[in-house]
Design a protein around this ligand. Sequence first.
Ligand code: ATP
Length: 304
Amino acid sequence: MPYMIKTNGLCKKYGTVMTVKDLDLAVPEGSVYGFLGPNGAGKSTTLKLILGLAIPTRGTITVFGKEVNSRSRLSILKNIGSLIESPSYYGHLTGEENLRLIQTIRQVPDANVKEVLQTVRLTQQKDKKVSHYSLGMKQRLGLASALLSHPRLLILDEPTNGLDPAGIQEMRELILSLPSRYQMTVVVSSHLLTEIDQLASTVGIIHKGELVFQNSLESLHARSSRRLLLGTLDNSRAANILRTNGIAFQESEDRIALPYAEDEEVASYVQLLTAEHVGIYRIEEDCKSLEDIFLELTGKAVSL
Ligand SMILES: Nc1ncnc2c1ncn2[C@@H]1O[C@H](COP(=O)(O)OP(=O)(O)OP(=O)(O)O)[C@@H](O)[C@H]1O
């Protein structure tokens, strides 16, 4: 699979603390890569390393198949759009005027300004002063300036932070439309599982600077397997009987957890246990949620 970004053993130390540890990121071309982790996990640091805004302590970064170093950095950066921390603007200028300034500096075709304003749905407000923009509008203007030169790679650090629900929804729809509209790869970081769940095709989960999961969103979902929880009056006897009969199970708090089974199989478990006089008072179906999986991976409750 062709990758837009690959990092190899990437490390960043601040003082004595290893903020990013041995990170092997692999961002497939054309994907929306959701970079998920609790606050302080090292997401922003990693993104800054990729953008050359911080220097790795160890390890390598490859973007567009080229290793990022002091010589290649500028030519690589030309093809990356980014939105990291709050973008700064001239408040006394309009949205369009701000974009025109960037367009001139970056020597991007004139027509791109109109086009990106449309993409981020700011055409109607292009003549308003930016100081009168809402936070959501400012964030969309930031996205517009990141898109101005039609980069092949877009890096967005917590792009919905601080937005209201309508702003979040708008930003989400926008991000989802980008890969096909511009044939670009998007990396988007968030501490919100639900957000990544709605945006990403590939997910990387970082915890305390380490990558604890990296795969497709489907494979993350596949971990949320269904199972059966059995409540019996004597769990240790029930466990012995199941074990003797070669039935796989796990003891889970005050329940016995069995892999999901069809009706007849469930009936046979009941028969087996009741024949041995183990009282069954409850059978329930349970599905490990994405939150449970996140908790397993990071040992930390997820924000929703
Ligand atoms: N320039 C710096 N100097 C020293 N420590 C830093 C620096 N930048 C980040 N850190 C520390 O590195 C750790 C990871 O920070 P980082 O901003 O990468 O996390 P994050 O996952 O993006 O979280 P958040 O969503 O809270 O920004 C934090 O403990 C932070 O204090």
